[in-house]
Design a protein around this ligand. Structure first.
Ligand SMILES: C[S@@+](CC[C@H](N)C(=O)[O-])C[C@H]1O[C@@H](n2cnc3c(N)ncnc32)[C@H](O)[C@@H]1O
Length: 328
């Protein structure tokens, strides 16, 4: 299946890394890959729609139907038989000033020979992307961006300013490469934002926090949104996790001493907790984590192999390095 993913422009590398990790999570085999700044195209086999339905840092996902000049696309459109089905064509120029109405109108009249235009409820939803060439695709997934916004922590029953935006929490979930129905652990779960996104895309969420108020609050938030997680009050380095159960870890550890129960220095906590968490992972399992500094990356790297890193600004003065590590 040839697919076209419109990446969100929120970061130069994280959106494409999320797609590749989601493919890997679901066991999709990628034969060909072309990545631009805002579009990723792939020829892939396996559960491609399921893997792409996981994304947070993308907009529209299409199956590619035809690619080439605008005339090639129009010739293809004239050859189709829509057998009266209702269709819609939407166009977007990427880095070019496209006459959107003109191209949509021309394609609409080609396809209108056998189908009926329906902008509100089409049976066949088509998208034309124009960059250095034209790509026409059939839309099969739109990322629920407004639903992600609605799940921001301030709108949940239990709110603390520590929580990541849901789209970043979703990206961490994907970087952990846990497949559908696999167990994802967040050992520093806070308000439960990562567990919420994991549960949302069909993973089994397991979480812990050293603060009882966080465990209670996360439980209430998840319940209110009809999502599930097993939560315990535990230190991240001494959790009661059965070896062999957890497939991957996605987490956002405390950045300062004040957020740890006994004001343990950050370096000590990270070394101790990530050393123990590395043992919870199966061989080949992944840890996706947002880290506050290069030192922190080095500490986690003592226990696991660093695969990728993406520095991003979480809010004005706060930078995080999103990393994926693997247990060798
Ligand atoms: C940055 S917050 C996590 C935010 C979370 N991603 C969310 O969505 O709310 C870090 C969390 O780690 C917890 N914590 C601190 N020290 C801990 C430890 N030793 N073991 C487990 N949790 C700990 C804090 O109580 C805090 O809730």
């Amino acid at each position: 299946m040839r697919v076209v993913v419109e990446l969100s422009g929120e970061h130069p590398t994280l959106p494409r890394a999320e797609v590749l990790a989601a493919f890997e999570a679901e066991g999709v085999i990628v034969r060909e890959l072309a990545v631009g700044s805002s579009v990723l195209r792939a020829d892939a086999s396996g559960p491609v729609p399921r893997s792409l339905a996981r994304l947070g840092l993308a907009h529209v996902v299409c199956e590619e139907l035809v690619r080439g000049s605008f005339e090639d696309v129009r010739a293809w459109a004239r050859d189709q038989d829509l057998a009266g089905r209702r269709f819609r064509v939407r166009a977007r120029g990427i880095g070019i000033d496209l006459d959107i109405r003109g191209v949509e109108g021309a394609l609409g009249s080609d396809l209108g020979r056998t189908g009926t235009v329906d902008l509100a409820h089409p049976q066949v939803d088509l998208r034309l992307l124009a960059a250095d060439e034209f790509v026409l695709g059939r839309v099969f997934h739109r990322v629920e961006r407004s639903a992600l916004e609605k799940r921001k922590v301030a709108r949940r029953p239990f709110s603390r300013p520590i929580s990541l935006h849901p789209k970043l929490a979703r990206a961490l979930v994907n970087l952990s490469r846990v497949p559908t129905a696999g167990v994802l652990l967040d050992p520093f779960c806070g308000t439960g934002g990562i567990l919420l996104e994991a549960s949302r895309i069909g993973l089994r969420s397991v979480g812990a926090d050293a603060a009882a108020s966080m465990v209670r609050g996360a439980r209430a938030s998840l319940r209110s949104l009809d999502e599930q997680a097993d939560l315990v009050l535990a230190d991240a380095g001494r959790g009661p996790w059965r070896p062999g159960r957890v497939v991957g870890i996605a987490t956002d550890p405390p950045y300062g001493r004040a957020a740890t129960p006994r004001r343990e220095p950050r370096e000590d906590l990270y070394d101790r907790a990530f050393g123990a968490l590395a043992e919870v992972l199966p061989r080949g399992g992944h840890l996706a984590v947002g880290l506050p500094s290069e030192d922190a990356v080095e500490i986690v790297g003592r226990h696991l192999e660093l695969l990728e890193r993406h520095a991003l600004r979480v809010h004005k003065s706060l930078t995080r390095i999103f990393c994926a590590f693997r247990r060798g």
